[in-house]
Design a protein around this ligand. Structure first.
Ligand SMILES: Nc1ncnc2c1ncn2[C@@H]1O[C@H](COP(=O)(O)OP(=O)(O)OP(=O)(O)O)[C@@H](O)[C@H]1O
Ligand SMILES: [Mg+2]
Length: 256
C-alpha cells in the first residue's frame, strides 16, 4: 500500500481564537499505482488532506503513512502540485523543472538530462528556453507536472490542476496527464470539484462531507481506459457514476 490515513483529524485556530475542525476522523488507503480522486464541497478540507500527505501540515490526531512510514515532514516520496501552484516566473521552463533536483544536490548534467526527459514526457520539447509567461495555461500546468515528476516521487498529489482552464483544454490535459501518469506508474491522489473529471480519471473516488470533512462514500470506478479519459468519456456508464456522486453531495438540495 502506498498511502494510508489512519483516523486523521486536523484542527486550525479560528479567527476568533477558538479551534476549528477542518478534517474529522478520516481513514482511507491508496494502493500502489492506484489513481484516487477526492471530491467534496468547498472548504471541506480537501487541500488540507493533500497538505498533510505532503508533510506540509501535521495531523492534530491520527497518522498519515506513506509506504508504511509515518509522514513527519516534506519528503522525497511525495511530489505535489498545489492548488495555486505557480512556476517561478524568473526561471525558464527547463530551470523550473530542475528546481527540485537542484535543492537535492543532483549534479548539473544529470539534472538537465532528467528535466529534458520530463519535458518530452509532458509534450513540451522545444519550449525548454521559454519563460512561464510565454506559455499557455495548459502548457504551464504540463510544466508543473513535469517538475513534479522530475523528482521521481512514489506518490503524486494534484490539487485542482485543471480548474482554471477552458473546457476543451481541460479535456485534452486530463488525457495528457492520465497518459503520463499511467506510463510512469505513479500512485496518484487528485483533488477536484469536477465530478465528471473524477469519474473519467480515477480507479476510486472518495466523497467527503461538508466541513469538517469526513469520508461519506468510497466509489470504485469499474470502467476501462483509465489512461484515456477521452475514450472513457464515451462510455454511457460514466453518467451513472456522476449521478451517484451528485446524489451523495446532495447538490439538488443546495443553494448558494
Ligand atoms: N493554514 C490554515 N489556517 C487556518 N485555517 C485553515 C488553514 N488551511 C485551511 N484552513 C481552513 O480549513 C478548512 C478547509 O480548508 P481546505 O483548503 O482544506 O478546503 P478545500 O476542501 O480544499 O476547499 P476548496 O474546495 O475551496 O479548495 C477551511 O475552513 C479553511 O479556512
Ligand atoms: Mg482546496
Amino acid at each position: 500500500m502506498a498511502l494510508e490515513f489512519r483516523g486523521v483529524s486536523k484542527e486550525f485556530e479560528s479567527r476568533t481564537g477558538g479551534m476549528m475542525t477542518a478534517v474529522d476522523s478520516v481513514s482511507f488507503r491508496v494502493d500502489e499505482g492506484e489513481f484516487v480522486s477526492v471530491v467534496g464541497p468547498s472548504g471541506c478540507g480537501k487541500s488540507t488532506i493533500l497538505s498533510m500527505t505532503a508533510g506540509l501540515y501535521q495531523p492534530t490526531v491520527g497518522d498519515v503513512l506513506v509506504s508504511g512510514e509515518k509522514v513527519t515532514g516534506p519528503n522525497q516520496h511525495v511530489g505535489f502540485m498545489l492548488q495555486k501552484d505557480l512556476l517561478l516566473p524568473w526561471r525558464s521552463i527547463v530551470h523550473n523543472i530542475e528546481f527540485g533536483l537542484e535543492s537535492r544536490g543532483v549534479a548539473r548534467d544529470e539534472r538537465r538530462a532528467i528535466a529534458m526527459k520530463e519535458l518530452k514526457h509532458c509534450h513540451l520539447d522545444g519550449f525548454e528556453g521559454h519563460y512561464p509567461y510565454q506559455l499557455s495555461g495548459g502548457m504551464r500546468q504540463r510544466a508543473a507536472l513535469a517538475r513534479t515528476l522530475a523528482i521521481d516521487p512514489e506518490i503524486i498529489l494534484l490539487d485542482e490542476p485543471f480548474s482554471a482552464l477552458d473546457a476543451q483544454t481541460k479535456m485534452l490535459l486530463q488525457n495528457s496527464f492520465a497518459e503520463t501518469i499511467s506510463e510512469s506508474r505513479k500512485t496518484t491522489l487528485l483533488i477536484t470539484h469536477d465530478l465528471a473529471e473524477a469519474v473519467l480519471m480515477s480507479d476510486r473516488i472518495l466523497v467527503l462531507s461538508e466541513r469538517p470533512g469526513r469520508v461519506i462514500a468510497e466509489i470504485k470506478v469499474d470502467l476501462p481506459h483509465r489512461e484515456r479519459p477521452l475514450q472513457r468519456r464515451k462510455l454511457p456508464e460514466v453518467n451513472n457514476y456522476a449521478a451517484q456522486l451528485f446524489e451523495l453531495l446532495k447538490l439538488e438540495e443546495k443553494t448558494i
